[in-house]
Design a protein around this ligand. Structure first.
Ligand SMILES: Nc1ncnc2c1ncn2[C@@H]1O[C@H](COP(=O)(O)OP(=O)(O)OP(=O)(O)O)[C@@H](O)[C@H]1O
Ligand SMILES: [Mg+2]
Length: 220
């Protein structure tokens, strides 16, 4: 697409409007190619965590502020319901940012005609075992009294059928024509590296909730 569009611009001497349109196509495709390359690199060579204690509410708000305009443009109504006081989590903000943006992106893609996305947090003592993905393990750092913050992304999108739900965290599983299928497997690896876990609940045709559980250090 990039090659074809740029070749057209070089050969055909297009008008300024056509040129602008062509650059938009090139720009979209470069962004897509960049995401594929970054995901492949992250998958092949996971980055070590650089953790620091953060108020998790601030980490979520900073990440989501990057996509609010885009969500509005796509008719997605965003609601945030963050518990107070904010749990403090030892985390790598950059890597969690990537997880949150991937989950929002998946939710957006599941609502091509718009819908609602609710991001909420609550504090649980541990993730419910029945929500753990088959083959998944409970968080390594789970001790008797370890508290976990649950961060849920609930959308009103197309949902996932029972057969596919088992596969969504597998590398290269995708139901999208242009998907690579690495987003959720990278999210899972990042969350596990934080001593947490990630779960899914979904009803085909009704929506999906992806929840992340992270160990809490303290509260602020
Ligand atoms: N919020 C959601 N609603 C419905 N289906 C979802 C949702 N999130 C993930 N899925 C399903 O899980 C699959 C895997 O998701 P994942 O993010 O790993 O890959 P992808 O989105 O297909 O491609 P990539 O993220 O690499 O661009 C998706 O193709 C889709 O079928
Ligand atoms: Mg994805």
């Amino acid at each position: 697409m990039i090659e074809g569009t740029s070749a057209y611009c070089i050969k055909k001497e297009p008008s300024l409007d056509r040129l602008r349109e062509s650059f938009k196509v090139i720009n979209r495709n470069v962004t897509h190619a960049q995401k594929i390359l970054n995901d492949l690199l992250d998958f092949a060579r996971p980055k070590p965590l650089k953790t620091r204690p953060y108020k998790i509410n601030n980490v979520i708000e900073r990440a989501i502020s990057l996509v609010t305009i885009d969500l509005e443009r796509c008719n997605v109504t965003l609601s945030m319901n963050l518990c107070s006081p904010s749990p403090i989590v030892a985390c790598d903000e950059k890597q969690l940012n990537q997880v949150f943006l991937d989950l929002v992106w998946n939710a957006r893609q599941a609502m091509p005609n718009g819908g609602s996305l609710t991001i909420s947090t609550s504090v649980n003592s541990s993730p419910p075992a029945e929500l753990l993905h088959p083959g998944d393990t409970c968080p390594k750092r789970q001790e008797e009294m370890q508290q976990f913050v649950k961060i849920s992304f609930s959308d009103s999108g197309v949902g996932i059928d029972e057969k596919s739900i088992k596969k969504i965290f597998e590398p290269f599983y995708t139901s999208k024509p242009k998907g690579l299928g690495l987003g959720l497997s990278i999210c899972k690896r990042i969350i596990h590296a934080h001593g947490g876990t990630i779960t899914v609940e979904s009803k085909h045709g009704e929506g999906t909730t992806i929840s992340i559980f992270l160990p809490v250090e303290s509260y602020s």
